[in-house]
Write a protein that binds this ligand. Structure first.
Ligand code: UGA
Length: 436
């Protein structure tokens, strides 16, 4: 019977993780109070507009909006709220550690709210350094006599597939030693077929860093193999197949290219190196993966130097600026590093991206040109660099490169095309492949 009860759950922070968490918890029948400090975002949310780009999010948001109430701060939480999810950002500090200030701000707001019930559970979904849950527990014990339980519950959703990842998670990690907390969280997550990994909070926090770092390692390893393929005239796509069909290796995250970007892998890999350092341990595999990624991001510029000694006044088309397809996020996107280098060398840059163009415009203003489609971007170009494997770019008619470019030299950082499809009049180099 208890399973049928509607739980009142608060979610603090309406970024990618927060909004998607709110929607997925509403989907299983919880009543949500969603808190967002940024007034522009909050206004949009209240109007039922998702402030983030994500496939299907608008439809899901519309469907479950009735069960989500938006507020600007924790003061508006009441005593019915039993569980509070913290989903605020933990960006990278200058030294590579994670900036947890927003997490502590949220905790303090909760502690100082006298309306809240005495027994509540705070769920830390934000990615936080190992030991943070324990530190928060201590802080709470010192500052209040409320019975607040803390549980680490890292998030594994990916941008581009966030809604599905959150609604059907491959596992739910709960880091706590309180059996009662686990019982209540299972009621919040409701569905019967969930897979749980129950552990202590330090291990739960580490699981998050370990997963992202392992995937980053996989990518850097493949990028090194791609570099070897280029030296031996091999083919990385076949190598990927040969490896990915081995179940022990798995077929995911074997794609070579211009390295990993986004708001998670670059930040979390560095944070794990720092965390290990803090404990007096040097995590050499990960340090190497970070270095490989740094070099990989400028691979296309290295390749371009074979065709042009310098980029001064050269017309360069950039296809794809988001850090991966199906997102408008440009954080740590390889395209950004490359545009900056090319601008420094006084190239004329024209970019095209199906969704992140507005964000790119805000960043580069009139220092570069923007195109409404691929044809427009490549017209008159001496060189084309591809940074994101958008479907539209993968399906582009290759003869159009020849037709529209001044010189059809295409350097592809995401291996979008099969070598045997490349027109004779086009120079094409991808990552880890023979050139054509
Ligand atoms: C990543 C993780 O995949 C999520 O599980 C995690 O929850 C999330 O970080 C987070 O910590 O919040 P995300 O950053 O959205 O998700 O994107 P990914 O799909 O993991 O891609 C990251 C980067 O790796 C992209 O730049 C992508 O182009 C690159 N990548 C990915 C490759 O270069 N090769 C691959 O085979 C896969």
């Amino acid at each position: 019977m208890e399973r049928e009860k509607k739980m009142k759950v608060a979610v603090i922070g309406m970024g990618y993780v927060g909004l998607v968490t709110a929607i997925s918890l509403a989907e299983v029948g919880n009543e949500i109070i969603a808190i967002e400090k940024n007034s522009t975002k909050l206004e949009k949310l209240k109007l039922g507009i998702s402030p983030i780009y994500e496939p299907n999010i608008q439809e899901y948001f519309k469907k479950y909006k009735e069960n989500i109430q938006f507020e600007s701060n924790c003061e508006n939480l009441n005593e019915d709220v039993k569980v509070i999810f913290i989903c605020v950002g933990t960006p990278e500090n200058k030294d590579g550690t994670a900036d947890t200030r927003s997490v502590y701000e949220a905790i303090n707001e909760i502690i100082n709210n006298n309306v809240l019930a005495k027994d509540i559970i705070i769920v830390i979904k934000s990615t936080v350094p190992i030991g943070t849950n324990k530190d928060i527990e201590k802080l709470i014990k010192n500052k209040t006599n409320k019975n607040i339980k803390i549980v680490s519950n890292p998030e594994f959703l990916s941008q581009g597939t966030a809604i599905d990842d959150a609604i059907n998670p491959q596992r739910i990690v709960l880091g706590t030693d309180s059996k009662e907390t686990i019982k209540i969280l299972k009621l919040v997550y409701k569905k019967n077929n969930r897979k749980y990994v129950i552990t202590d909070s330090n291990t739960a926090e580490l699981i998050k860093y370990a997963c992202n770092s392992f995937l980053a390692l996989k990518i850097s390893y493949m990028n090194e193999l791609a570099n070897i393929c280029e030296l031996i005239n091999g083919n990385i796509k076949d190598l990927e197949k040969g490896m990915g069909t081995d179940k022990r290796i798995g077929k995911y995250f074997l794609k070579s290219g211009v390295g990993y970007g986004g708001s998670c892998f670059p930040k979390d890999t560095k944070a794990l190196v720092k965390l290990a350092e803090r404990e007096g341990y040097e995590i050499k595999t990960l340090e190497a993966a970070i270095l490989v990624n740094k070099n990989q991001r400028i691979k296309l510029i290295e390749k371009a130097k074979k065709y042009y000694k310098n980029f001064n006044n050269l017309n360069i088309a950039i296809l794809g600026t988001s850090f991966k397809p199906n997102t408008d996020d440009i954080r740590e996107s390889a395209a950004i590093d490359n545009i900056n280098i090319l601008l420094n060398e006084k190239a004329n840059i024209k970019v095209y991206d199906p969704v992140s163009l507005e964000i790119i415009k805000e960043k580069y203003k009139d220092s570069i040109e923007y195109s409404n489609n691929i044809d427009e971007a490549v017209t008159g170009a001496d060189l084309c660099l591809i940074f994101t494997e958008w479907k539209e770019i993968k399906e582009y008619k290759l003869n159009n490169f020849v037709k529209y470019m001044k010189k059809a030299i295409v350097l592809d950082g995401r291996n979008c095309y099969e070598i045997n499809r490349i027109p004779k009049k086009m120079i094409y180099e991808a990552i880890g492949n023979k050139k054509r």
